[in-house]
Write a protein that binds this ligand. Sequence first.
Ligand code: Q9C
Ligand code: ZN
Length: 336
Amino acid sequence: VPGFFDLRQLAHAPARELHNGGWVEYAEKPSRAENISASLGELSGAKDFGLEPLLAVHDPAYIDFLRLAYTDWRASGREGDAIGYTWPIAHRRDLRLDRIDARLGRYSYDAATPIAEGTWDAAYWSAQTALTALAAIVDEGRRTSFALCRPPGHHAGRDYCGGYCYLNNAAIAARRAQQKGLRVAILDIDYHHGNGTQDIFLEDPDLLFVSIHADPVNDYPFFWGHADERGDGKGEGKTINLPLPRGTDMSRYREALDMALQAVGAHRPDLLVLSFGADTFEDDPISFFRLREGDYREIASRIAAIDLPTLIVMEGGYAIDALGANVSALLSGFES
Ligand code: Q9C
Ligand code: ZN
């Protein structure tokens, strides 16, 4: 499976995040990508497709906010990384927001997603990596390709960041494939629900979004990913959520995966985008499923059996020392 990664993605390195009420080291570290990259060996760099494919998903004002937030934060005399602390849950309207503090509240939804000096560059190149891996399929005729995206993307919506995500890499690639005339399904198998991706395509009748994740009754992102979220308007029925309990192991996961794959097949897509998080791993420090390294190979074999061109986009996974082996196990299931 050809893999793609750009060293500029390492520039994003926030110092800390607010986790369970206290400051902890940022879990989404650059070394995640380094561990995967070391395990996979040869990876190709990203081509530059520019801002246009990003703006096909994200609000231009949000993109401007992201590009400037760190500079604005420093210009207002603050130390460290930019992070929100006031969120407009009620009376949200189109106000002129002069303060960086206000813009951070408007364009984010949690305190796990600080904006550091290198954040914009890294997020930009992470999205370009997804687009480059898509091009390997669409322009070069590869069957499967792997985008080592980092920072991840599936929690980022049209005009918000959250959950370590700034630009929605999978959605950006999926939208570009749609613009090239392809019918697309996104299967999201990160431990956490892909709320950003769901929101972006919620009313799209042509794109199927299926997600298998920890039940949001117990786990982040709490406010999305419940089984009764099925898409809105013309998109009704084109969002499928399969929440699973903490402690889920492969026997239970397999049933959900087979249901998800049946729905993907019934959608008759030309392309599958797989949002892959290795945070379903038994030793993940912030998650509570019980998948093992070998299970990723089986998951991949089952996905490969529905026989679709597949773009794999990296999302979460925080057991850093095991990440490379888990990703390699997944990719091995597509090769056989
Ligand atoms: N106390 C991804 O895997 N923090 N994002 C949860 C729980 C945010 C995970 C805090 C987790 C985001 C891409
Ligand atoms: Zn996750």
